[in-house]
Design a protein around this ligand. Structure first.
Ligand code: ADP
Length: 311
């Protein structure tokens, strides 16, 4: 099967800054492909080039079989885009906003109303179709934008930080809709995020940092690459505890952040009981957990996602 999106050696240079440094990847039909990385990694620049909103400096992009450099209109007709910022007309009703989009995308007149009802049903906003957008909550607006992005039957939906600025409950709710959409409509989704839990929902995740893709796999495989468990502990004297850890565990993988010692071990069960017994410094806090995508990012870059480079 042909990939829905194929990117080859894609670069973007702004004056002297190499924002995207020759990345390559493919997205398969029906998958949720997550683009994870800290601010400034080059995620938006990449998504904008794929959506034909931004001219690439070099490289090839094929999307739905069209060349994004040469067949911009064909690409645009076959994709839906949901941007970070609200692009709805607040003074218009939900229905009016969607009608505008139908005209823009030349949805045949006779089909418009039925199609609008269809997409409003997907995001549970049928009852609100005659209400003005300015009366909507943040989550409702975002759902309406998703509905709008679906009006012209796109094969791929691009979501650039779709839940930024929404509260956790609304974010979770929005994700239910997005997953429903994948299940019911089989739409391929390409999303950028700096939220780790959102990346977890993806079928595959590309981790981007400083214009490069540093890892690409399904979330479980990425975490399994690290293996083992992470032990987080605070003690009455972290400095002394660290010394002891290094003394007792050869090649210990340790880092310290915010008064907490992070220790990576092959398996916590056998290790931890003997370790606690041998540590001479009183432990004030102890937590054992599985690696997260943040640990994967940390392992590849030496930083946490969201932590500035020079810190
Ligand atoms: P992300 O979406 O991962 O936060 P961006 O793609 O927005 O990252 O930005 C990547 C890098 O390119 C950043 O260093 C950013 O400052 C820079 N950048 C983005 N847009 C422009 C622009 N129009 N002109 C100059 N530099 C830009």
């Amino acid at each position: 099967m042909e990939p829905v999106i194929a990117v080859r050696n894609l670069t973007k240079t702004y004056k002297k800054l190499d924002a995207v440094k020759g990345i390559s990847f493919e997205v398969e039909e029906g998958e949720i492909f997550g683009f994870l990385g800290p601010n400034g990694a080059g995620k938006s620049t990449t998504i904008n080039m794929i959506c034909t909103m931004l001219q690439a400096t070099s490289g090839d992009i094929t999307i739905n079989g069209f060349d994004a450099n040469k067949q911009k209109n064909r690409v645009r007709e076959s994709i839906g885009i949901i941007f970070q910022e609200n692009t709805l007309d607040e003074k218009l009703t939900a229905n009016e906003n969607l009608m505008l989009h139908c005209r823009f995308y030349k949805v045949p007149k006779s089909k418009r109303q039925a199609r609008i009802t269809e997409v409003l049903e997907i995001v549970d906003l049928v009852e609100k179709r005659k209400d003005r957008v300015e009366t909507f909550s943040g989550g409702m607006k975002r759902r309406l934008e998703i509905a709008r992005g679906l009006l012209h039957y796109p094969k791929v939906l691009f979501l650039d930080e779709p839940t930024v600025g929404l509260d956790p409950q609304t974010r979770a709710h929005l994700w239910e809709y997005i997953l429903k959409l994948k299940e019911k409509e089989g739409i391929t989704m390409f999303l950028t995020t700096h939220y780790l839990d959102e990346a977890e929902i993806s079928d595959r995740v590309a981790i981007m940092d400083k214009g490069e893709i540093i890892a690409l796999d399904n979330p479980t495989a990425l975490k399994d690459q690290l293996g083992g468990d992470i032990i987080e502990l605070s003690t009455e004297d972290n400095e002394k505890a660290l010394e002891e850890i290094h003394e007792k565990i050869e090649g210990a993988e340790v880092s310290v952040k915010d008064d907490t010692i992070h220790l990576k071990v092959a398996s916590s069960d056998a290790f931890i009981s003997s370790f606690i017994k041998t540590l001479n410094i009183p432990i004030t806090k102890l937590n054992i957990r599985k690696p997260t995508l943040n640990d994967v990012f940390l392992a590849f870059t030496g930083r946490q996602i969201g932590e500035p480079e020079d810190e």
